[in-house]
Each structure stands twice: as structure tokens, then as C-alpha cells.
Design a protein around this ligand. Structure first.
Ligand SMILES: Nc1ncnc2c1ncn2[C@@H]1O[C@H](COP(=O)(O)OP(=O)(O)OP(=O)(O)O)[C@@H](O)[C@H]1O
Length: 470
């Protein structure tokens, strides 16, 4: 620093000005310096071009004579800089300029420094418009990225008013407020993933990423690179630029290890290491990256059993199972079937673009007595199928699959008896049609209306059941 002041003091004024020109000429931004008498002592080529005069005609002249609108006299008098001021030049251009007084050690003005930061305000306008557009686009991408990386579901997405579900939700809500690892257990299709999303969304990490990996769906030899990533050229077939692993992607947020019970033992060891060391190392890499992410794991396997069979590491189990959430199967909360069915009808009607809002009591009773081995996922499928089957706004019993209609909760139905059950249904159908035909004096149009089927379909059934309809 002392060098800088010392050197400047040794320079003659002429040399100093020469140096300034040498510095500012190569710069394409218009720059000017005036002395305290507002005489131009330096003007770079860019500024001279901008004003449209040769430099020799400007140097040494009072700046007011070159540019009558100049505010340099005020800046020098008031010793106050003006930043990004709008200025109309004699050449008719409106620009944005800085004017800065240069003070000596005693605070007295020695020079005035000026530069044009935008030589055409229309350009600035365009830049601002472009920026606005880019900001808008950025917001859309950020939203998209959030929905791709983020957790979609909240507590409201988890439908169920049964006491058992209320209890599970309240445990999960408490877990959300801690930063402990969570293990969610329950049969397939019970909504474990919904719980994982809701916990993340209600946690302090809600703003961070939510990264899901299904440990059972990814081939064993790819799982490691999915979880930990790899460096360039780590193995044959590796992407040139390498790959970021799920743990790194989840940094600052939550990683959801779905189907953890199916994770191979060697990978369990590696996960345990990440949990203990809180850092990951990419395959083929030689540096570790610190990781701050919460783990939510889920499984439909009996982990205690897997531990006994030496298929799951006990130490990993304890690390993951800090908070345990057990999502009950649907058969243990049959009181939720009605609300779930209605909400699913609403949701699926919307996505299928077919408005179906009612379900008959018979059809609903049938759903309530079924045991739902596939849980809510199965109910979702059944409701979707029924919406597709119905021609009205109502789901009726005949829109449900036969295996649900045939289900008898008090009796174990053997597959072989299903034919006779179907036969029984046929018998009931035949008797009902016959009764109806008799009641309307064999008027087929009236009978079809009462039975809620088309005339063609009635004729087909008369034919099928060999009913004497004359
Ligand atoms: N309580 C619920 N309310 C509304 N929808 C639910 C509920 N539980 C589950 N679902 C729906 O059921 C389907 C299965 O849920 P989810 O994938 O969360 O189950 P899972 O227990 O994680 O299953 P798996 O063990 O097979 O991965 C999803 O479409 C989900 O939206």
C-alpha cells in the first residue's frame, strides 16, 4: 500500500495522466476524469467515441463545454458521489452514469471520476426484461425441481379417522419434530411412503431435498453407485462426468430408504458407515464429503426375523429404529374403508376425467367386509376399476371384481369353490329377473328399466338363463 502512495507521489502529473490513459484505454466502458477545475484530464477512447469527438478536442477543455448537461461541477462542489444516475448526453443518448469525487488525504477534491455504466437505457430495459423472464423461468424450474426432489404428501394426504390411525399419526407427528432416524414398518400398500413424506414435510428439513431410493427395485450391483455416486472413469460403463449419489443429493434434507429389509448385507455395512461417520466417499474417489441428512427407512419385512436369519444387521437395525412407526393393515381399521373409498373416488374421478361420486350401500358393505391383503393400494385399484366399469355417477356392486363380491368374511373361500359361488350369483340373478318379469306381466322394457340394465342385456340374460319369458 505504501508503495502505491509513494509511487504516485513520485509520478509527474503528465506521467500520471499517461498511465491513466494506458489503464483505461483498453477498457470498453466509457471513462472520464476531470480535475477540480472540471477540466478533462483523461478520457478513454471508448468515451471519446461515444461522444463523437476526437480525444484531442476534449482533453484540457472544461467538461461543461463538451457536455453542457454535465453534473460534475455539483459533484466536485458537494463532494458527494452520484451512482447510477440517468444522464442525457449531447449526442442524444440517455445513459446511466457514475460520478465520483476523488478526495486527497485532507478530504479535498482533486479529481472527478466518471463512467457510463449503461450507454443506452433501452438496452438496460431489455436486460431487465430478460432478467425478469429468467427469474420467472428459474422459479418454474425451482418449483419443478422441488416437486421432483421434494416430498409431495402431508398429514392431510393420509386418510383415516380410526383410533388406531389417529394414534399412529400422532406418533409420526412427534417424530417429525425430532431429527432422529425413523423406521416405518407395515404391510405392503399401507401408506408407509405417505408417512415418510409427511414426516419430512413437517420437519425442520422441509425446505431441503427429499430423496427416495427403493432398495429392492435397484439391481444389487447398481445400488452402491446409486447410493454413493462415482467419480469419472470409476468403472467400465460409468458416465464420463461421474455421478452424484443419493446420499449427497439428500444433503440438508431426508433420504427415504424404501424396502430397507431387502438391502444386501454388504450394502448394509456401507450404510452403517455413513450413519456413523456422517460422510460418503464416491466409488473410485479419494475424498470424503460430509453428509447431513436424516434417514427414514421403511420395510414390509419382519426385521427381527431377518436378523435371526442373518439377513439383516442388528447394529444397523438399532441405528435406524430410533423411532418406530407401525402402520396398521386396512383389515384392522375397517372403519376407514368408507372414507378412504369416498376420497379415492374423488381423487381418481379427477385423474380419470370421469365424474363418479356415489356408491350404493351394498357395494360399500361389500368393500367393508373384504380383508384387503393388498391394503390401500388394492382398494385404490378396485375403486379405479369400478369407476371405469360404471356408466353412471354411481358405483354399484356389479362394478366390483368378482373376488370381492364372492368374499365371505366368516368363511375361508377356497379357490375351487369360487365357481360354485359364481353359480350361486347366477342363480340369484336368474330368480330376480324371473320375479321382475312376472311382476310386470313379462313387459321386457319395464323389466329392464326396473333391473337397471339395457333391453339387449335383458334378452341376453333370458337367453343365458333359459328363462321362459313369454
Ligand atoms: N391413508 C391413506 N390415505 C390415502 N391414500 C393412501 C393411504 N395409504 C396409502 N395410500 C395410497 O395407497 C398407495 C400405496 O401407498 P404407499 O406406497 O405409501 O404404501 P407402502 O406401504 O409404502 O407400500 P410398499 O411397502 O409396497 O412400498 C399409494 O397410492 C398411496 O397414495
Amino acid at each position: 500500500m505504501s508503495n502505491y502512495t509513494g509511487e504516485k507521489e513520485n509520478l509527474t502529473d503528465d506521467l500520471f495522466i499517461k498511465r491513466l490513459h494506458q489503464i483505461f484505454d483498453p477498457i470498453s466502458v466509457p471513462i472520464i476524469m476531470v480535475n477540480k477545475e472540471t477540466e478533462v484530464v483523461m478520457i478513454n477512447e471508448s468515451f471519446a467515441d461515444y461522444l463523437g469527438y476526437p480525444r484531442s478536442q476534449i482533453l484540457g477543455k472544461k467538461v461543461e463545454t463538451v457536455d453542457p448537461n454535465t453534473r460534475f461541477p455539483y459533484v466536485i462542489k458537494n463532494k458527494q458521489p452520484e451512482f447510477a444516475h440517468k444522464h442525457k448526453f449531447i449526442n442524444g443518448h440517455t445513459a446511466l452514469v457514475h460520478r465520483i469525487p476523488v478526495l486527497d488525504d485532507d478530504g479535498e477534491v482533486v479529481y472527478g471520476f466518471g463512467m457510463v455504466i449503461f450507454d443506452d437505457l433501452r438496452q438496460l430495459q431489455q436486460v431487465l426484461e430478460k432478467n425478469k423472464l429468467l427469474e420467472g423461468k428459474l422459479m418454474i424450474y425451482q418449483e419443478e425441481l422441488k416437486s421432483m426432489r421434494g416430498a409431495k404428501y402431508s398429514w392431510n394426504s393420509i386418510i383415516g379417522n380410526s383410533v388406531i390411525m389417529q394414534d399412529v399419526k400422532s406418533i409420526a407427528a412427534k417424530a417429525a419434530k425430532t431429527d432422529s432416524n425413523v423406521l416405518i414398518v407395515g404391510e405392503s400398500g399401507t401408506g408407509k411412503e405417505l408417512f415418510a413424506h409427511a414426516i419430512h414435510n413437517d420437519s425442520k428439513r422441509f425446505d431441503g431435498p427429499f430423496i427416495k431410493i427403493n432398495c429392492a427395485a435397484i439391481p444389487k450391483d447398481l445400488l452402491e453407485s446409486e447410493l454413493f455416486g462415482y467419480e469419472e472413469g470409476a468403472f467400465t460403463g460409468a458416465k464420463k462426468q461421474g455421478k452424484v449419489g443419493k446420499f449427497e443429493l439428500a444433503n440438508g434434507g431426508t433420504i427415504f430408504l424404501d424396502e430397507i429389509g431387502d438391502m444386501p448385507l454388504d450394502m448394509q455395512v456401507k450404510i452403517l458407515r455413513v450413519l456413523q461417520e456422517k460422510e460418503v466417499e464416491r466409488i473410485g474417489g479419494n475424498k470424503t464429503t460430509p453428509i447431513d441428512c436424516r434417514i427414514i427407512a421403511a420395510t414390509n419385512r419382519d426385521l427381527a426375523e431377518r436378523i435371526k436369519e442373518n439377513e439383516f444387521r442388528e447394529d444397523l437395525y438399532y441405528r435406524l429404529n430410533v423411532v418406530n412407526i407401525e402402520v396398521p393393515p386396512l383389515r384392522l381399521r375397517k372403519e376407514d374403508v368408507e372414507i378412504l373409498t369416498l376420497k379415492l373416488m374423488e381423487k381418481l374421478s379427477h385423474s380419470l376425467g370421469k365424474y363418479v361420486s356415489n356408491i350404493t350401500v351394498d357395494a360399500l358393505d361389500c368393500l367393508k367386509t373384504y380383508n384387503w391383503p393388498g391394503n390401500i393400494r388394492e382398494l385404490e385399484n378396485v375403486v379405479e376399476r369400478a369407476i371405469n366399469m360404471t356408466d353412471s355417477e354411481t358405483i354399484e356392486i356389479q362394478h366390483l371384481p368378482t373376488f370381492i363380491i364372492a368374499h365371505n368374511p366368516n368363511e375361508q373361500v377356497e379357490p375351487t369353490t369360487l365357481t360354485s359361488l359364481r353359480h350361486a350369483v347366477d342363480e340369484v340373478e336368474k330368480a330376480t329377473i324371473l320375479k321382475c318379469l312376472k311382476a310386470v306381466n313379462y313387459n321386457k322394457l319395464k323389466a329392464a328399466k326396473i333391473l337397471g340394465i339395457s333391453r339387449t342385456s335383458l334378452y341376453e340374460k333370458i337367453e343365458k338363463f333359459k328363462i321362459d319369458a313369454e
